[in-house]
Ligand binder design. Structure first.
Ligand SMILES: Cc1cc2nc3c(=O)[nH]c(=O)nc-3n(C[C@H](O)[C@H](O)[C@H](O)COP(=O)(O)OP(=O)(O)OC[C@H]3O[C@@H](n4cnc5c(N)ncnc54)[C@H](O)[C@@H]3O)c2cc1C
Length: 270
């Protein structure tokens, strides 16, 4: 059985710069990282491999420089790394992104049955949490989101039991394989690559797949295949705060000033 981990390359910065002309993130000249939630998806894939001997493949859709992100996965010990890169994949929204990832998973499954697809809960740039469920819908398999613990896995009976982290409670769910799982940070503590692993990863192959490999209808991918397009992105403008009173030396006076301020702006009714 094979496990596929979907990892996205994201900007390593909170100082987002927006290209005012294209309304897209400026990606030149800024460092990239593996999307933080995806490091937990990778880690869980490797733990199940260590326990059951599954093959682990890391896949990523992105520009050619996303190769560096997949080399980090190779340094951690994944068996295979596939970069899905082609200009026709560019400008994709979550639907078009999930179409490409789904077809790549189908293709990987032709040689070794895919039992589990791991995704992060969400990315730190698009932040939609839509791609994982999109993949499951297109593959027609079960989806278990927000997983913080794998309780049981029976590869023979093809069943899995997990705990899902919900608002103020947990849900225990059992499901048949294949399954798409989105993970939260509480699931595990990602391992660090070893020095030999990092050195080896420089020599190992990252496979480059384009649309000649996937043969997807161009109307279903990239900008053409994206019903959602970002009309405007802008950094939130925060008004400069105003210092009121002296909370250290005169807390009561300051509190009264604050109440007056809030009342004057109808932000408070007493
Ligand atoms: C600021 C901003 C806002 C955006 N808003 C929208 C929007 O509202 N609607 C929309 O459809 N698109 C939007 N996009 C585009 C969207 O980011 C891309 O479609 C992106 O490829 C996937 O969406 P996401 O980043 O939200 O992923 P999420 O759905 O948050 O990702 C969940 C998981 O899916 C996997 N995954 C996601 N992308 C990839 C990838 N490229 N390769 C491998 N695995 C992946 C990872 O495991 C990830 O943890 C936006 C992009 C930006 C930068």
């Amino acid at each position: 059985m094979q496990i596929v981990a979907c990892i996205k390359q994201v900007p390593d910065t909170t100082q987002v710069q927006i290209d005012p002309v294209t309304n897209t993130l400026v990606r030149e000249g800024i460092p990239f990282i593996v999307n933080p939630y995806d490091t937990h998806a990778l880690e869980e894939s490797l733990r199940l491999r260590d326990k059951f001997g599954f093959n682990v493949t890391a896949i990523s859709m992105g520009p050619p420089n996303a190769e560096a992100t997949l080399r980090k996965a190779l340094a951690l010990g994944v068996d295979r790394a596939v970069l899905l890169t082609d200009r026709v994949f560019g400008g994709a929204d979550t639907l078009a992104t999930s179409n490409v990832l789904t077809e790549a998973i189908r293709k990987l499954g032709e040689t070794d049955e895919v039992g589990i697809i791991f995704c992060g809960k969400q990315t730190i740039d698009g932040d939609t949490a839509q791609v994982g469920p999109g993949i499951a819908t297109r593959l027609g398999c079960t989806q278990l989101t927000l997983v913080d613990k794998i309780l049981e896995l029976d590869p023979i009976k093809k069943r899995i039991k997990v705990s899902r982290k919900l608002e103020g409670r947990h849900e225990i769910v059992e499901a048949p394989l294949p399954v798409m799982i989105t993970v939260v940070r509480e699931l595990n503590r990602p391992r660090y690559p070893t020095v030999p692993g990092r050195l080896e990863s420089m020599e190992r192959e990252v496979e480059f797949w384009n649309n000649q490999t996937l043969k997807l209808d161009e109307q279903s991918i990239g900008l053409k295949g994206s019903p959602t397009w970002v009309s405007k992105i802008f950094s939130p403008q925060r008004d400069k705060g105003e210092m009121i009173g002296d909370g250290v030396h005169d807390p009561v006076g300051t509190a009264n000033l604050l109440i007056d301020k809030l009342l004057s702006k109808d932000l408070l009714s007493i």
